[in-house]
Design a protein around this ligand. Structure first.
Ligand SMILES: C/C(=C\C(=O)SCCNC(=O)CCNC(=O)[C@H](O)C(C)(C)COP(=O)(O)OP(=O)(O)OC[C@H]1O[C@@H](n2cnc3c(N)ncnc32)[C@H](O)[C@@H]1OP(=O)(O)O)CC(=O)O
Length: 303
């Protein structure tokens, strides 16, 4: 294993230990982020049959959920608040604005920035999207409409994507004389490969939900429904397939896949070993075997 990767694995072991300790502290003091009508971005925890699912809802109708300063700071707040929630198994990102997921960078706000202001602002935007990618639990973007530029980049930072037939997606930045700045050059390439990523970014082409599924940009595409939330409904269905499974196992599987995808196979095995080491001492691992032997559904506690 390369020395730098070994070093990252060792650091990761320490971080995982710290994050598990922090989780138990936060559980005693669980907070909810309440939404109100002026929120551009809000976080809610679903209940009843959908318990274990958190939803970030984007709601900035007048600017089609474009990524302005207020929107991004609220989005960052939602990410900060959900990431230590031990009881959340899956995070879904959706839009409350009909016909649009997110229209990318706020072009009107951007037009007023000086050249000196643009670089730091885009660096902050990129970091927020990276923070989304680094959320420990599985994430799904539900794309019920336009997902352009930074909107598609945000969805590419999620682990999975669902899209409706009327979704219109594209990394359209070159059409605006810029390049993707929310990680799109890297994440689209990792999802569809360099040749197709180059074609889609060079042409700034838009494609619909079904085409996106054929290209491998989204996991599932569905025909749009009358309520306009078919991709969200599909995302909830997908989340419900995940929520019964071991929470620590889900996070460790995500960590091993995400970190392993960026390194060679041997180094990737180091991340798998590291993740496996975290599940060995859990009560959930014992529960997994016990429930099988007792022929019942497992009850996982994330411990
Ligand atoms: C992240 C980085 C870069 C990027 O993301 S670059 C990509 C930027 N996004 C776009 O180029 C998309 C621009 N928007 C559209 O093409 C269209 O609005 C739409 C999403 C296809 C929807 O079209 P529709 O006809 O339904 O709606 P309107 O165009 O009339 O829009 C209604 C209203 O919303 C405003 N608006 C829409 N998109 C944006 C936006 N991106 N920024 C600011 N405002 C937006 C639009 O102007 C309308 O407002 P009115 O006041 O009503 O005119 C990297 C990096 O950060 O650099």
């Amino acid at each position: 294993m390369a020395a730098s990767v070994l070093c990252r694995v060792q650091r990761l072991r320490k971080d995982l230990f710290l994050s598990v300790s922090r989780c138990s502290v936060l559980l005693k003091n669980t907070y909810l982020v309440k939404s109100n009508e002026t929120d551009e971005c809000s976080l809610e925890f679903l209940e009843g049959d959908n318990e274990g699912i958190a939803v970030i809802s984007m709601n900035r109708p007048k600017a089609k959920n474009s990524l302005g300063k207020v929107f991004l700071s609220q989005f960052q707040g939602c990410i900060n608040n959900v990431k230590f929630e031990k009881n959340i198994r899956v995070l879904i990102i959706r839009s409350m604005v009909p016909g649009v997921f997110c229209a990318g960078a706020d072009l009107k706000e951007r037009a007023k920035m000086t050249n000196e202001e643009v670089g730091p602002f885009v660096a902050g935007l990129r970091q927020s999207v990276t923070d989304l990618a680094n959320i420990p639990m599985p994430t799904i973007a539900a794309i019920d409409g336009y997902a352009l530029g930074g909107g598609l980049e945000m969805s590419l930072a999620c682990d999975m994507r669902t899209a409706s037939s009327n979704a219109k997606m594209g990394l359209v930045e070159t059409k605006r004389g810029i390049i993707p700045g929310g990680g799109g050059t890297q994440r689209l390439t990792r999802v569809v490969g360099p040749a197709l990523a180059k074609e889609l970014i060079f042409t700034a082409r838009m494609f619909d939900g079904h085409e996106a599924a054929k290209l491998g940009v989204v996991n599932h595409s569905v025909d749009q429904n009358d309520a306009g939330d078919a991709a969200y409904q599909r995302a909830v269905e997908l989340a419900l397939e995940i929520t019964p499974n071991g929470p620590v196992a889900l996070r460790m599987a995500k960590m091993a896949i995400s970190k392993g995808s960026d390194v060679d196979l041997t180094s990737g095995m180091g991340f798998e070993e590291c993740g496996y080491a975290q599940v060995i001492p859990t009560k959930d691992r014992i529960e997994g075997m016990k429930s099988f032997i007792e022929k019942r559904a497992p009850v996982y506690k994330g411990e």
